[in-house]
Design a protein around this ligand. Structure first.
Ligand SMILES: *Cc1c(COP(=O)(O)O)cnc(C)c1O
Length: 380
C-alpha cells in the first residue's frame, strides 16, 4: 500500500512500519555505533552505512515517519529547529536576495538578519498576509521566500498556495515554517511549497524532552536540496540516535495529541473571547480571526495549540495574570503535552509585541480545568 493512501494516525502509530532489524522487535532499537564493519571481501556489511555521521538507521527511521506524514520526497533531521533553518539559508548565494515574513519566530528573524548582513544578501521583510505587499516584494527576482504559518506569536495565516505562486514568479523557492501547525494539520508541500520546515522540539516530539529540527522537500533532485544534504553529511550538523529514537516515540501519538490540543485550544480561545478581562484573542480557529478562512482551507482537523491573548490593562496586569496561573507552566516553547504561558514582550522587548500579550500553548489536560484556572487568574 502506498504511503499516500494511509492516514497520518496510521503512519504515526506504527512509525511507518519500523521494526528492529536485529531481533524482529515491534519497536526498533537505538543504533548507537559510530562506525560499521566490512566483510572479508572489504565490502560494507550494510551498504548504506560506513560511518555514523549522517549514516544511522535510527535517524533514517524517524525521517521516514516524517517524510510520509509530510508527503515529501525526502526529509532530513537536524540537531535543532534552528540548525535546519540555517542549513536552508546557507544555500542562498552571497549577494542573493531573500524575502521573509515579518513578525515571525524571533530566533529565525534575528539569525537571518545577521546572516544576510554578513553575506551581502538583500533581505526584505514583509507582512506576507498582505498579498499586495508580498506581491510587490516578489516583483524583484529572489532566491528564497520564507513564511511561517501560522506565525508565532501573531497567529497570522499566510495563504501558502498564493505565496508559492508569487515566490515562483520571482524565481524563488518557497519555504514554510509549519512548526505551530505540525504536518498533521498542514502539509505545506501539498499547497505548492518547495521546502517544509518544522522545529521537532515542539509538537512533533511533544514531550518537551528532545531538541530537533527537520526539513522536507518536494523535489530531492533540486540543486538546493542536494546542497543541503551534502552540507549535512560533510558539515556534520546531525541528530544523535537517542534523540531520533525519542522523537520517533513521540511521533507515534502526534495525530492523537494534536486532536486533543486543537480541541482544548479552541475551547480555551472561545472561553477567553467571551471574558471581560480579555481585550482580544488571536486564534485562527475563531471565525472573527482575519486568517480564519485561509486557515480553514489549509488546516485539517483543527487550528493548532497556539494562541495569543491581550489582557485588558497594562503589562504588569498581564504578568500578574500569568503569575496567578496554577496549571500553566510559565515557560517559553510550545507544542508539549503540558500547557505553557509566556509574556512574550519580556523575551522580545523591541519587536512591537504588545506588553499585554500572553502567549498560550495549550496541552492535553482537561479543557475545563484549564479554563477554570484562566478564569481564577483573570479574576484576581
Ligand atoms: C522553536 C521554533 C523554532 C526553532 O526551533 P528550535 O528547535 O528551538 O531550534 C523555529 N520556528 C518556530 C516557529 C519555533 O517555534
Amino acid at each position: 500500500m502506498s504511503d499516500k493512501r494511509l492516514h497520518p494516525a496510521t503512519i504515526a502509530a506504527r512509525a511507518a512500519g519500523a521494526l528492529n532489524a536485529g531481533d524482529g522487535g515491534v519497536i526498533p532499537g537505538i543504533s548507537v555505533a559510530t562506525t560499521y564493519a566490512r566483510g572479508a571481501d572489504n565490502a560494507l556489511l550494510h551498504p548504506r552505512n560506513m560511518y555514523c555521521r549522517d549514516e544511522n538507521d535510527t535517524v533514517r527511521q524517524a525521517e521516514e515517519v516524517i517524510r510520509q506524514l509530510e508527503g515529501a520526497e525526502e526529509s532530513l533531521l537536524f540537531p535543532s529547529g534552528m540548525a535546519s533553518v540555517t542549513a536552508l539559508f546557507r544555500t542562498v548565494p552571497d549577494g542573493g536576495r531573500v524575502v521573509m515574513q515579518s513578525g515571525i519566530y524571533w530566533g529565525v528573524t534575528s539569525w537571518v538578519r545577521g546572516h544576510c548582513a554578513r553575506h551581502g544578501i538583500t533581505l526584505e521583510e514583509v507582512d506576507a498576509t498582505d498579498a499586495g505587499a508580498l506581491g510587490a516584494a516578489c516583483e524583484t527576482p529572489a532566491d528564497l521566500v520564507w513564511i511561517e504559518v501560522p506565525s508565532n506569536p501573531w497567529l497570522k495565516t499566510v495563504d501558502i498556495a498564493r505565496a508559492a505562486d508569487l515566490a515562483h514568479g520571482a524565481g524563488a523557492l518557497l519555504a514554510v515554517d509549519g512548526t505551530a501547525a505540525s504536518p498533521v494539520l498542514t502539509r505545506a508541500l501539498d499547497f505548492g511549497a518547495d521546502i517544509s520546515m518544522h522545529s521537532a522540539t515542539k509538537s512533533m516530539n511533544g514531550h518537551t524532552d528532545v531538541v530537533a529540527g527537520v526539513l522536507s522537500c518536494r523535489d530531492r533532485a533540486a540543486r538546493v536540496w542536494q546542497e543541503i544534504a551534502r552540507e549535512r553529511h560533510d558539515g556534520g550538523a546531525i541528530l544523535g540516535p537517542f534523540e531520533a529514537w525519542l522523537l520517533m516515540r513521540g511521533l507515534r501519538t502526534l495525530p492523537l495529541r494534536m486532536e486533543r490540543m486543537c480541541e482544548n485550544a479552541l475551547r480555551v480561545a472561545q472561553a477567553l473571547d467571551a471574558h471581560e478581562g480579555i481585550e482580544a484573542v488571536w486564534y485562527p480557529g475563531l471565525p472573527g480571526h482575519p486568517g480564519h478562512e485561509v486557515a480553514a482551507r489549509q488546516m485539517t482537523g483543527g487550528f493548532g495549540c497556539l494562541l495569543s491573548v491581550l489582557v485588558r490593562g497594562d503589562a504588569a496586569r498581564a504578568i500578574g495574570v500569568a503569575g496567578r496561573l496554577q496549571l500553566f507552566h510559565r515557560a517559553t516553547s510550545l507544542g508539549g503535552v503540558e500547557s505553557l504561558v509566556e509574556h512574550r514582550a519580556t523575551i522580545e522587548p523591541d519587536s512591537g509585541i504588545p506588553g499585554t500579550l500572553l502567549r498560550l500553548s495549550v496541552g492535553i489536560e482537561d479543557a475545563g480545568d484549564l479554563i477554570a484556572d484562566l478564569r481564577q487568574a483573570l479574576g484576581g
